[in-house]
Design a protein around this ligand. Structure first.
Ligand SMILES: [Zn+2]
Ligand SMILES: [Zn+2]
Length: 667
């Protein structure tokens, strides 16, 4: 930070320009708002004077431009053009031209450009003000801290530099008072005026030595105003400024020591070690945070993958299910077709009856009839699928219906159904249960007196003779108008006897085959027919009801199932949510602990570096603390005494400051 002597003149020039102090004050307060990591007046000054590190100046200009314009593509080859544009926007001539670079300009012009860039930030009110705090805005408006008898004003800024402003020769607005807009409008006109060219602005205090020497000139002053100023400066300002300068110097030396790895005193080494330790801890913390972040991201990625995999699995499952359904349906259809074919085959076989083409067959009905006359048989027959024994359908139906206690109702459509079923005879079924069917049935009939073979033969003959006697010839017309002529005996419950005796002729007296049931249908009275229809309807209704009930039951079952599934799903979701909440709580706890740790670290840092912030920014706190002790500026009319004392040399505000200083001094 040492400056060669040949640059001393430039340095003096910078320090005698109040715009430079303004830039420094602005950046000390708002470096964060314009996007800089830090700002140091000394470094800035060195950069400007020596021109060694133009990079910092360019960076500063770019940041100011970015904050001003909001543009993102500010580059090395266009930022100076943007400055020219900003000047045009404000109707001002810019010193930068196509031939003249910023760094070719005299130092005064450079400072003017930087000053304007800072000043214009406030025009971009919405954008810029959003980034600064109310407190910052108030700190920005600085008053002089005091006056001397010659009318010089003394200004203290956040970089702990004290400037002196000599009294004005012609009327000129003060640099830090009043409305900024007004001042900006006039400074441009005044910047080249002779008044401004005089060195009315001087840097008075920079180093600790300067600060120690400065108040001596007022120590023995006979003027009250200077006595008060001396009192104020030595009591409030100097201790705090010296503290800040000391800690800054300490930090600077510490950093130098770290850079050069100097073997300095034992205490310094200890401090370095401590600093290193803190730095390592900070690094470790950052590393851990990074690790945690990576872990979390990994977890997130894994979860997402799992989710996608689940979706894929679910889709595959659905496709499989659908295929399975189609397959089952197809199988069902095939089965039905086969079933249908089998039914048709059975029907054909039962319809054709036994003994086709003279093949041998076995007939043994449960009515104990072992013989059958195929030629004249009218009773529908069925064959057992297992033992191939033929039986009367009505006998089987009667047997079946007797057990269900239903009236015997056997019509043609029922017969058609019978012919199609997969029929296993009662004997075969009994055999499966190791029961001899005939034995069991005959046992039941044991109560009846058994007739001898002769008696049976005789009874048969009697019956047939009886029937022959009452045989009648009847005419019946069916619904299609076909006339049948029937030779019939009287209605007889003994079917075996009547079967063979029925002879039915058509209208041409040709004998035809007509089933007993068809015959019955033909002969029935209208009342009987109505009754039959009614019963048929009832059965239909019953079947329909049963079907409906079954459907309803199925529906209810399905609904119940769905309800259960829904409940299960809800339960699962609840569990998952609970787990997530638990996890979130854990994370929050960890974060809180981490924050506490950081807070602790920061506190320790502060102990090491004094008023310097943990990030190495300049000691902003000092001037704010000063403000608390600085007397408040009151706008009040002057008393006559004060007027006399001050000789009307100052405006009302400066007088009121003095008044306050006075009153505080007397206390
Ligand atoms: Zn039978
Ligand atoms: Zn059988």
């Amino acid at each position: 930070m040492e400056i060669p002597e040949d640059l001393e003149i430039t340095l003096q020039e910078i320090r005698s320009q109040w715009e430079f102090a303004s830039i420094c004050q602005f950046l000390n307060l708002f470096y964060n708002a314009v996007g800089l990591e830090s700002f140091d007046t000394d470094e800035f000054e060195t950069d400007l004077v020596t021109g060694k590190s133009n990079a910092n100046i360019i960076k500063l200009q770019m940041k100011l431009l970015k904050s001003l314009t909001g543009l993102n593509n500010i580059l090395l080859d266009n930022y100076q053009n943007l400055i020219i544009k900003e000047y045009k926007k404000h109707n001002l001539d810019c010193s930068i031209t196509e031939k003249l670079d910023f760094f070719d300009l005299p130092i005064r012009e450079k400072i003017m450009i930087l000053y304007n860039l800072c000043e214009w930030q406030f025009e971009n009110a919405d954008n810029f003000r959003a980034r600064i705090t109310e407190e910052d805005q108030q700190t920005w408006r600085v008053d002089p801290i005091g006056y001397d008898q010659k009318g010089n004003k003394y200004w203290l800024f956040d970089d702990n530099r004290l400037y002196k402003e000599l009294p004005e020769v012609i009327a000129k607005p003060k640099p830090r008072k009043g409305k900024r807009r007004h001042r900006r409008d006039t400074t441009e006109n005044l910047s080249n005026s002779p008044a401004m060219k005089q060195n009315r602005w001087q840097l008075v205090c920079l180093t600790s030595e300067d600060w120690n020497n400065f108040p001596k000139q007022f120590e023995n002053s006979k003027y009250q105003i200077e006595k008060d100023f001396y009192e104020f400066v030595t009591t409030y300002i100097i201790p705090k400024v010296l503290d800040a300068l000391k800690s800054k110097e300490k930090k600077r030396r510490l950093q130098e020591a770290i850079v050069h790895r100097k073997r300095s005193s034992r205490i310094q080494m200890k401090e370095i070690e401590k600093f290193e330790k803190e730095r390592k801890a900070e690094l470790e913390r950052l590393r851990k945070e990074e690790e945690l972040k990576i872990k979390r991201e990994e977890e997130k990625r894994r979860k997402e993958e799992e989710r996608l995999r689940q979706i894929q699995l679910e889709r595959e499952r659905r496709i499989k299910e659908r295929e399975e359904k189609i397959r089952l349906k197809e199988e069902q259809k095939q089965k039905e077709r086969e079933e249908q074919m089998l039914r048709e085959m059975r029907c054909r076989r039962n319809e054709e009856g036994p003994g086709i083409n003279g093949e041998p067959f076995e007939f043994k009905c449960i009515c104990n009839n072992n013989e059958i006359d195929i030629e004249h048989n009218e009773v529908p027959l069925i064959v057992c699928e297992q033992c191939n024994v033929w039986m009367h359908i009505p006998c089987l139906a009667m047997k079946l219906l007797r057990f269900t206690e239903q009236p015997l109702l056997l019509y043609e459509d029922d017969i058609e159904d019978w012919k199609r079923i997969l029929f296993i005879c009662p004997r075969c079924k009994a055999k499966e249960l190791n029961i001899d069917y005939d034995k069991v049935i005959n046992k039941k009939k044991r109560g009846r007196p058994k007739l001898s073979e002769e008696e049976i033969q005789r009874k048969k003959q009697e019956n047939s003779e009886n029937k022959k006697q009452i045989r009648k010839r009847r005419k019946i017309t069916d619904e299609n108008g076909v006339v049948f002529i029937i030779n019939d005996g009287i209605s007889n419950s003994d079917t075996s006897a009547s079967n063979s005796n029925n002879i039915i002729l058509d209208s041409n007296d040709q004998p035809i085959k007509l089933s007993k049931y068809k015959l019955k249908k033909l002969e029935e009275t209208p009342e009987e027919k109505a009754e039959r229809e009614r019963l048929k309807q009832e059965r239909k209704e019953l079947r329909r009801k049963l079907r409906l009930e079954k459907k309803l039951q199925l529906k209810l079952e399905r609904r119940e199932q769905r309800r259960k599934e829904r409940l299960e799903r809800k339960e699962q979701e609840k569990l998952q949510k609970k787990m997530e909440r638990e996890k979130l709580r854990q994370e929050k706890k960890e974060k809180l602990q981490m924050e506490k740790l950081i807070e602790k670290m920061k506190k320790r840092n502060l102990v090491v570096f004094g008023p310097v912030g943990p990030d190495g920014q300049p000691p902003l706190l000092v001037p704010n603390q000063l403000r608390q002790h600085r007397p408040k500026v009151k706008k009040q009319s002057l008393s006559k005494d004060n007027d006399q004392l001050l000789g009307n040399n100052y405006n009302s505000i400066s007088s009121s400051v003095t008044t306050s200083v006075l009153s505080e001094g007397s206390v």
